[in-house]
Design a protein around this ligand. Structure first.
Ligand code: SF4
Length: 323
């Protein structure tokens, strides 16, 4: 059995929205609401859902860019809630951001951007630092000559490569990829996915790969978790999720993926009506019931629990218990 690198137990991240006369919060935006999962060493877990479903907040809370409201995050078995644990975590866990331009300081050269984490963690100085920056640039498919240039001199794909090199500088074992290809041209997306796969193989990396549609995570993920309104509604082995989606939301997301495969194209296109409800006032019972074509009266009364339907395929839907 593979060793577990990350365990997330009942994670919640609520943001206060309204406060009373005494400044105490009285309503919350429940961005992440009781999320649990684990990731094995060397695995890629895809985390998918529409905008605002809480997937990026989940990633940012795991790396402690946001303080969790409650829940437990274990990294290599170590509880990450203390400042001392978070200091250690900063070397072992890194993040690649969606917008490579916004995440790079425009006034810094590439050499300084990649060298900054080496300086912060006192990992290399002088010639060793220069050699390390050169090696990192080559590792991500850039040339050592690029080190003297500024972010605006690069294309979107090249900027994402710089962001990846910066994340790799501290030799992490776990990387949260927060929509790393969403802002890129389709032609460049495959190159970045191939690079991430190559780096995973050569550097034994583990990924949490966040994306807003299932087509993007298909090739890179071993397992996929689908999020809706701050909760995981389905989690399964990647190929099983594509061939046998159990949750009506996953079925709708999958039906929207364009494909050249004639068998796939014969699938019914499920159109979701309405918008995602507000996470400040989510519906009672199942959060998906306002858009679900199978909704029962029970769905308004009781929240479905994420249950294992067999061999690690989890789904949260009353239909799976009543059928
Ligand atoms: Fe639809 Fe009910 Fe299942 Fe929710 S629990 S997905 S509303 S059938």
């Amino acid at each position: 059995m593979k060793e577990t690198i990350l365990e997330v137990h009942n994670l919640k991240k609520y943001f206060p929205v309204h406060t009373n006369a005494f400044g105490r919060p009285i309503s919350f935006l429940k961005a992440v609401d009781n999320v649990s999962f684990s990731i094995a060493r060397g695995e890629t877990l895809g985390l998918v859902g529409e905008s605002g479903c809480g997937k990026s907040t989940t990633g940012r809370t795991i790396i402690h860019l946001y303080k969790p409201t409650s829940g437990e995050i274990l990294f290599n078995g170590m509880n990450t809630s203390t400042p001392a644990a978070q200091k250690k975590l900063r070397r072992r866990m890194q993040m690649i951001f969606q917008d490579p331009y916004a995440s790079l300081n425009p006034r810094m050269t590439v050499r300084d951007i990649i060298g900054e984490p080496l300086d912060i963690h006192s990992l290399a100085t002088g010639q060793e630092r220069s050699d390390r920056i050169r090696d990192l640039l080559q590792l991500v498919g850039l040339s050592p000559e690029h080190s003297k240039r500024y972010p605006h001199e690069f294309s979107g794909g090249q900027r994402q490569r710089i962001g990846i090199a910066r994340a790799l500088a501290v030799e992490p074992s776990f990387i949260i990829c927060d929509e790393p290809i969403s802002a890129l041209d389709v032609s460049i997306q495959a190159q970045i996915v191939n690079l991430l796969e190559h780096l995973q193989e050569t550097l034994s990396l583990t990924y949490l790969f966040i994306a807003h549609d299932l087509a993007m995570v298909k090739h890179i993920s071993n397992r996929i978790a689908v999020m809706y309104l701050g909760k995981i509604v389905e989690l399964a082995d990647s190929s099983e999720l594509y061939s046998q989606p159990l949750h009506p939301y996953t079925q709708a997301l999958l039906s929207a993926i364009p494909s050249l495969d004639p068998a796939w194209r014969q699938r019914e296109r499920i159109r979701l009506s309405g918008d995602v409800p507000s996470p400040v006032a989510p519906p009672s019972g199942c959060g998906f019931r306002t858009r679900c074509r199978y909704a029962l009266s029970l769905c308004a009364e009781q929240e479905p629990i994420l249950l294992d339907t067999g061999s690690g395929h989890l789904a949260a839907c009353h239909l799976l218990r009543t059928s």
